[in-house]
Design a protein around this ligand. Structure first.
Ligand code: HEC
Ligand code: HEC
Ligand code: HEC
Ligand code: HEC
Ligand code: HEC
Ligand code: HEC
Length: 506
């Protein structure tokens, strides 16, 4: 008995469709076998197996009924009686051809559903994976991916912060992902990628999954080493107690830095620039007493009626923690790190100063930057300290390698990403940060001020050169002494730290 299929299946569209689908299926199975058997394959193979090939497979399958419908119409137009009598497709299980086709259809559907269930599960995991987000478009995402790997969140998946739980955000993120893939293909990604990210999921949804306010933190000690730009690279240490939480756990979020996210506290603000750096208006509502306080900038107030045209934003985690996973450090800080770690020798005269200066220059590519760093530093020493090259070249070369490594972790010329592309909202040195509101200049009608008191957020417990530290007991604070001899107390009292430190500043 010959195996026969309905007349309508005999057309080129269906045939080509079926062939495409079969070939695609075969390749998927083959590649899947390869990845499973050899545990190989990167993000590109994933893109092929879980997205491109299934799309082709599906398109092929779709061509089969399309071809059949068209053939049906042709047969009808040609006057074939059967199709004139029954213009719509029908299934007659008494007809052997129909039975065959129906059987193939049922078996095919079961296999197809099974594979797509498996496939969509894998596709879900794959498109949520760090390698898909971070590596597939590696040129574009390199800065975020590299900084992420050096962040405290290196083991938190990109999607856990950028998508979160729930079907609606999943779908939204895939739709916006499609648009982004298209933009990468037509090379229309802004450099650097603009932030704040519009339509980012509210951070409290996301962050509180792992860091919930009931379990907020006691005060922490924060220690740092700095090196000055003098010949000796003089060390200057600063130890702070950061008032992350209240002084006593029992006080919960009643005081301290995380008071802003106390469930009874609502702080809203408007900004007049697209990076949320200029904040002229802040509203504080105490949800338990209903008390409202509106603070307005005295130097830079809103104009009459301007408020209604601006978006009022509720303070959440990322109004302070806007770089939790992608922090691009400025050169003076990453050079400090490399010196502290012992990779750059402090015996190289002026190394802090020259390394910072060279890394602050603008380069067009990473390669030219790496070459520029090497030749710039070698030139500097051969001109100013030739004895270093003669006697201590090993140490100098080790320092150069370390500076190059640090540069590559923090600065990404191809995407125009470096510390000054993204203001950091925590702290107050390289950008205004907390001082956007806490600048003694936002005053409410009742005369309250959002304070810039140096002891509001932290106490300085010790500071100075390691052999001559000023210290005080815990919960007391020293008056800040600016590192080095050049900056007097009135200089930093009368201006914001970022006025000098912003951008290529020290
Ligand atoms: C701990 C949470 C977290 C994780 C994990 C995370 N991000 Fe982010 N990401 C953020 C936040 C917060 C921002 C800043 C949003 C803003 O300023 O509007 C951001 C910003 C970005 C930006 C905008 C450009 C920039 O540098 O600010 C990109 C692109 C990005 N992330 C990609 C990724 C990729 C890729 C991964 C995984 C390799 C990842 N993110 C992992 C929280 C996270
Ligand atoms: C999936 C869980 C998860 C999510 C979501 C998450 N984090 Fe974290 N976070 C962690 C882990 C794990 C650490 C590391 C803890 C440690 O080092 O002790 C961490 C550390 C931190 C730290 C301390 C950093 C340091 O220098 O020690 C901060 C601040 C932080 N997260 C903020 C955030 C913010 C803001 C968000 C939301 C945008 C967020 N996290 C989302 C798991 C998460
Ligand atoms: C959008 C404006 C805004 C920003 C940005 C902001 N704050 Fe505040 N902060 C306030 C307001 C308003 C108060 C309450 C002032 C008052 O009533 O005295 C406050 C109070 C505080 C308090 C005192 C809480 C208490 O009662 O114990 C601390 C500590 C604090 N902020 C730390 C910070 C830190 C650290 C940053 C930066 C990481 C920051 N703030 C950024 C608006 C802001
Ligand atoms: C007003 C600014 C502000 C807001 C809003 C804020 N934080 Fe923080 N957070 C800070 C500062 C400042 C620190 C201390 C940073 C440091 O020590 O360098 C901190 C520290 C942390 C730490 C580390 C604690 C530790 O013991 O090391 C975590 C985790 C954290 N925040 C999570 C969150 C989450 C989650 C939210 C939102 C629900 C949030 N923060 C909202 C300013 C803020
Ligand atoms: C509104 C809160 C707030 C106020 C007010 C404040 N600071 Fe800070 N300061 C911070 C935070 C938050 C950090 C930590 C930044 C970080 O995690 O990188 C910090 C860090 C510092 C550091 C450490 C720098 C380093 O890297 O070692 C110094 C020094 C400092 N502050 C001095 C001052 C002085 C001086 C004043 C008074 C003019 C002041 N602060 C007022 C919040 C504040
Ligand atoms: C008048 C300009 C000016 C102001 C204002 C200023 N600084 Fe500085 N700061 C400098 C200069 C210049 C250096 C470099 C000193 C050196 O390396 O010899 C420096 C260096 C530093 C360093 C060491 C940096 C490193 O390379 O490790 C810290 C920390 C610092 N300043 C903190 C602050 C803080 C905190 C404030 C605000 C309270 C502030 N500065 C305000 C000019 C200023």
């Amino acid at each position: 008995m010959k195996f026969k299929l309905p007349e309508t299946t005999k057309n080129w569209t269906s045939l080509v469709g079926a062939t495409i689908a079969l070939v695609a299926l075969f390749i998927v199975i083959f590649l899947l076998f390869l990845t499973l058997a050899f545990d190989q394959g990167g993000s590109y193979l994933g893109l092929l197996i879980y997205i491109l090939l299934p799309a082709i497979l599906f398109a092929g399958l779709l061509m089969i009924p399309i071809g059949m419908l068209r053939k049906r119409k042709q047969l009808k137009d040609a006057g074939v009686q059967e199709f004139i009598e029954k213009p719509l497709p029908f299934i007659d299980l008494n007809n052997q051809r129909h039975r065959n086709a129906f059987g193939i259809f049922i078996v095919g559907t079961v296999i197809f559903l099974f594979i797509s269930a498996f496939g969509s599960y894998e596709a879900f995991h794959y498109t949520e994976s760090v390698s898909f987000c971070g590596e597939t478009c590696h040129n574009v995402m390199k800065p975020e991916f590299v900084a992420y790997q050096n962040s405290p969140h290196a083991r938190v998946k990109c999607a856990e912060c950028h998508v979160g739980e729930g079907v609606d955000w999943y779908v939204r993120s895939k739709l916006s992902g499609l648009r982004q893939v298209y933009k990468v293909i037509i090379d229309d990604i802004p450099k650097p990628i603009a932030t704040p990210i519009q339509h980012l999921r509210p951070a409290r949804d996301i962050c509180e999954k792992c860091h919930w306010p009931q379990k907020f933190y006691s005060r922490t000690i924060r220690t740092s080493r700095h090196y000055l730009r003098d010949e000796e690279n003089s060390e200057w240490d600063i130890d702070l107690v950061m008032k992350v939480g209240a002084r006593f756990d029992a006080l919960g979020l009643d005081e301290g830095i995380h008071w802003h996210i106390n469930p009874d506290v609502k702080i809203e603000y408007v900004s007049t620039d697209d990076k949320r750096q200029d904040i002229p208006w802040v509203k504080y509502t105490n949800l338990s007493t209903g008390k409202v306080e509106i603070f307005e900038s005295q130097d830079d107030p809103l104009e009459e009626g301007e408020l209604s045209s601006l978006e009022i934003r509720l303070v959440d985690c990322i109004d302070c923690h806007n770089r939790p996973a992608h922090n691009y450090n400025p050169p003076e800080f990453f050079i400090n790190t490399a010196i502290t770690a012992g990779d750059i020798s402090i015996d190289l005269p002026e190394i802090k100063s020259i390394a910072t200066e060279i890394c602050s220059e603008v380069y067009s590519t990473t390669d030219s930057a790496l070459l520029g760093i090497k030749s710039g530093i070698e030139e500097f020493y051969s001109e100013n300290y030739p004895e270093v090259i003669e006697e201590n070249n090993d140490v100098l070369q080790k320092a150069i390698t370390s500076i190059q490594n640090q540069f590559q972790k923090n600065i990404f010329p191809e995407m125009k990403v470096r510390w000054d592309a993204y203001p950091i909202n925590i702290g107050h040195i390289k950008s205004k940060g907390c001082f956007r509101c806490h600048n003694d200049n936002h005053i409410s009608e009742s005369g309250k001020v959002i304070s810039r008191d140096c002891n509001l957020c932290h106490t300085i417990n010790s500071q100075g050169p390691p052999d001559n530290m000023m210290t005080t007991s815990i919960n007391e604070s020293l008056v800040f002494v600016h590192p080095g001899d050049d900056v007097e107390q009135e200089d930093w009292e009368e201006s914001l730290c970022s006025d000098c430190h912003e951008g290529n500043g020290p």
